[in-house]
Design a protein around this ligand. Structure first.
Ligand code: CA
Length: 229
């Protein structure tokens, strides 16, 4: 979350903005025309655009409108004329902020940071992190119900997945076959504790390098199973 595109035809202003933003650890690219700016904004992976209004080729109004059709990244519009700011507002182009030139570079940086933080929060709530369980080489994505062993995905049946996840979420805890059966299978399921043994065997074939010497799910003789931490 730190890539910024500046679309500005006045090279000295663009360079000044770039210098200040880079001092705040942002990565900055500059385009000097509206056409180039639009293309870069749509194709590049930018987190924010600083867009001048008066540009050769497509002007800032049009560039803003076209970016907004495809992307929801923050757009800060800048103009030399106060009247333009009112016009931008009036047109409802979807710009997030407006600044009148000349502005202080530190004000620009402060506004960029504020919009970036807000956008980051927005994206964060739209794309919640998947709930993961990770123990050594095993990574269980509970949300997507996928399992990776040393980075390679393995396919599990529903009950195998539930059983593996339950054990991995309670590492270093010994469960009897009875307890596991009650936990994973419905009370009225057909089957018995032998089902647990069969499922453990299948899980081991998928996660263990050598099923006869399990590194993850240990058999505690006469008691049950334990996921080693
Ligand atoms: Ca200009």
């Amino acid at each position: 979350m730190n890539k910024i595109l500046i679309v500005e035809d006045e090279v000295a202003i663009a360079d000044l903005e770039k210098d200040y933003l880079e001092l705040s650890d942002f990565t900055v690219d500059i385009c000097n025309t509206g056409d180039e700016g639009l293309e870069a904004a749509l194709k590049g992976n930018y987190d924010l655009v600083i867009l001048d209004l008066m540009l050769p080729g497509l002007d800032g109004f049009e560039v803003c409108r076209r970016i907004r059709e495809e992307k929801d990244i923050p757009i800060l519009m800048v103009s030399a004329k106060k009247d333009d700011i009112d016009k931008i507002r009036g047109l409802g182009l979807g710009a997030d902020d407006y600044m009148t030139k000349p502005f202080s570079p530190s004000e620009l940086v402060a506004r960029v940071k504020a919009h970036m933080a807000r956008y980051e929060r927005l994206v964060g709530t739209q794309k919640p992190q998947n709930e993961m369980v990770e123990i050594r080489g095993i990574r269980i994505d509970k949300t997507a119900r996928r399992v990776y062993v040393d980075g390679v995905e393995r396919t599990f049946t529903t009950k195998e997945f539930d059983l593996l996840t339950f054990l991995a979420e309670h590492p270093n805890h010994v469960f009897t076959k009875d307890e596991l059966f009650r936990e994973i299978w419905d009370m009225d399921s057909i089957g018995d504790i032998a089902t647990v043994t069969v499922h453990i065997k299948k899980i081991r074939e998928k996660i263990e390098k050598d099923s006869s010497k399990p590194e993850y799910i240990e058999t505690i003789w006469g008691v049950g199973y334990r996921f080693k931490i």
